[in-house]
Write a protein that binds this ligand. Structure first.
Ligand SMILES: NC(=O)c1ccc[n+]([C@@H]2O[C@H](COP(=O)([O-])OP(=O)(O)OC[C@H]3O[C@@H](n4cnc5c(N)ncnc54)[C@H](O)[C@@H]3O)[C@@H](O)[C@H]2O)c1
Ligand SMILES: O=C(O)C[C@H](O)C(=O)O
Length: 311
């Protein structure tokens, strides 16, 4: 199985690292616009093979899309990351043009690929990719919910003082500091509602920390995060390539689900060899419904900006 990752920067390289280390794909192509950069990242990663014991072949190329031909999955991480104090939404001006060009190029050489969009603002970049390529909606998946849910589980595990892997929780809605919706009501510690252990005030603090999880890391690192984002993409790619049918919150085109249409936004999905195989339209309570509607409104407004940005 072949995976192309466009953008060999922090997230792209970290994703290639996890994919190879875990043997998720037999071949990974890293492509970057910066001369020699992807080649260097690929060589460095390949020199891990004997010490970590993987057999994936990683190749790096400078803007040569012919080397990406017949990829099963293409991950788009090309674009700029935010700096401290910025929102993801501020990246639209530069990233929209990059993502649109990249999506066209990858499809020319891999017409059957499933595309995973990572570049920010991710929900709008997913919408743009879908509209620009005309692909069926099951083949364009935005990665955000997998990461936001892992951060939610991390903050819950700290509040509970229990291991993250014993905590089950999901974030839906937009992948933005104010648009994420951590589903606190449905979070559990090995099947027991977390509200058995944490007060409403503690849960509100966990939800707030989750929503600004990316901004917190950007403040600490000076650029946005990459280890958890890279691992989250690899987790999603694994479910596609190995047809695992995992339930993962992803940004997908809605057609009436959650009362929304013509928008890509995070909702629980079944992910398998066909990409998005099912959208789970779960019942939200009134407060969650209100948050989802507000989140969708913000994402739709951002999508509107595409017209002027790409004009
Ligand atoms: N969806 C998410 O959950 C999530 C998580 C983390 C980061 N991101 C986003 O992913 C993007 C990448 O983040 P990063 O930290 O890896 O940034 P980075 O700067 O480390 O890497 C981006 C890479 O893209 C390359 N690039 C730029 N234009 C290109 C083009 N036209 N073709 C090919 N490559 C090109 C750059 O040369 C660079 O190497 C950012 O937009 C960031 O906001 C999203
Ligand atoms: O925070 C960012 O800008 C990058 C990414 O969306 C993240 O959540 O880590």
């Amino acid at each position: 199985m072949k995976v192309t990752i466009v953008g060999a920067g922090n997230v792209g390289a970290s994703c290639a690292d996890v994919i190879s280390y875990r043997g998720i794909a037999s071949e990974v192509v890293l492509l970057d616009i910066k001369e020699g950069f992807a080649e260097g990242k690929a060589m460095d990663l390949m020199q891990c093979a004997t010490n970590t014991g993987f057999n994936t072949v990683i190749t790096g190329v400078t803007n040569d899309y012919s080397k990406t031909a017949n990829s099963n999955v293409v991950v788009i991480t090309s674009g700029i990351p935010r700096k401290p104090g910025m929102t993801r939404e501020e990246l639209i001006g530069i990233n929209a043009g990059i993502v649109k060009t990249v999506a066209d190029n990858v499809l020319t050489h891999s017409p059957n690929a499933i595309i995973v969009v990572v570049s920010n603002p991710m929900d709008t970049m997913t919408y743009l990719t879908l509209k620009a390529t005309g692909l069926p909606k099951n083949r364009v998946i935005g990665m955000g919910g997998a990461l936001d849910s892992s951060r939610f589980r991390y903050y819950l595990s700290r509040a509970l003082d229990k291991p993250s892997n014993d905590v089950s929780a999901m974030v839906i809605g937009g992948h933005g500091d104010t648009t994420m919706i951590p589903l606190t009501r449905l979070a559990s510690y090995n099947g027991i509602p977390v509200s058995e252990f944490l007060s409403e005030e503690e849960l509100a603090k966990v939800a707030a920390a989750t929503m600004v999880g990316g901004a917190t890391l950007t403040g600490l690192l000076g650029t946005s995060a990459w280890y958890a984002p890279g691992a989250s993409v690899a987790y999603l790619v694994d479910s596609i390539l190995n047809d695992q049918k995992k339930m993962i919150a992803c940004s997908v085109m809605l057609d009436g689900e959650y009362g929304q249409s013509d928008i890509c936004i995070g909702v629980p999905c079944i992910i398998g060899k066909n990409g998005i195989e099912e959208i789970l339209d779960i019942t939200l309570n009134d407060a969650e419904k209100e948050k989802f509607a507000k989140s969708a409104e913000a994402v739709i407004n951002m999508n509107e900006d595409l017209k002027s940005v790409l004009a």
